[in-house]
Design a protein around this ligand. Structure first.
Ligand code: ZN
Length: 145
C-alpha cells in the first residue's frame, strides 16, 4: 500500500515537476550537474539573499523519473529555507538514500520521503541524489557553506 502511494507521489512529481524553469535575474546562481552513471542532467538556478536565504530555486533537466522527481521534491523543500537549513536537509536525504535512515521527523523531508525505497536500489542512488548533489556543489562553489 505504502509503496504504491510512494510510487504515485514520485510519478506525480515526474509528470508535473515543481519549480521547473530558469532564473534569469541578475545575481542568480547557475550550476550544471550530471549523473555519469545514468545520463541524468540538470541545471540548477538559485537566488540567495543577503540573509543567506534561498529566495528562489528552479531547475531544468532531463533524465529518469527518479532523478527528475527528486529535483522537483528538493526544490520544493529548500525554497525559502536558509543555507544552513538546506544543508541539514541535504544531509538527511543522503542518510536516507545511502544508509536507509528515515528521519525522526518524517515531515522534514516532505514528499522526498517517497524516495526512501531507493536505498535498496544501489544502482539508482546517484539518480535520486542528482539534484541534491547539484545543490550541495552550488552552495560550496559560492562559499555558502
Ligand atoms: Zn537516473
Amino acid at each position: 500500500m505504502l509503496e504504491n502511494l510512494y510510487k504515485q507521489i514520485v510519478m506525480d512529481h515526474y509528470k508535473k515537476p515543481h519549480n521547473k524553469g530558469k532564473l534569469t535575474e541578475e545575481g542568480a546562481l547557475q550550476l550544471p550537474y550530471k549523473n555519469p552513471t545514468c545520463g541524468d542532467v540538470m541545471v540548477l538556478y538559485m537566488n540567495v539573499d543577503e540573509n543567506r536565504r534561498i529566495k528562489d530555486i528552479k531547475f531544468e533537466g532531463e533524465g529518469c523519473s527518479i532523478s527528475m522527481a527528486s529535483c522537483s521534491m528538493m526544490t520544493d523543500l529548500v525554497k525559502g529555507k536558509t543555507v544552513d537549513e538546506a544543508k541539514k536537509i541535504i544531509e538527511m536525504f543522503n542518510d536516507m538514500i545511502k544508509k536507509g535512515e528515515i528521519p525522526e521527523d518524517e515531515d522534514a523531508l516532505g514528499d522526498a520521503l517517497a524516495l526512501s525505497g531507493v536505498h535498496k536500489l544501489k544502482a539508482r542512488h546517484n539518480c535520486s541524489l542528482l539534484g541534491w548533489n547539484g545543490l550541495d556543489k552550488a552552495l560550496k562553489q559560492n562559499e555558502l557553506q
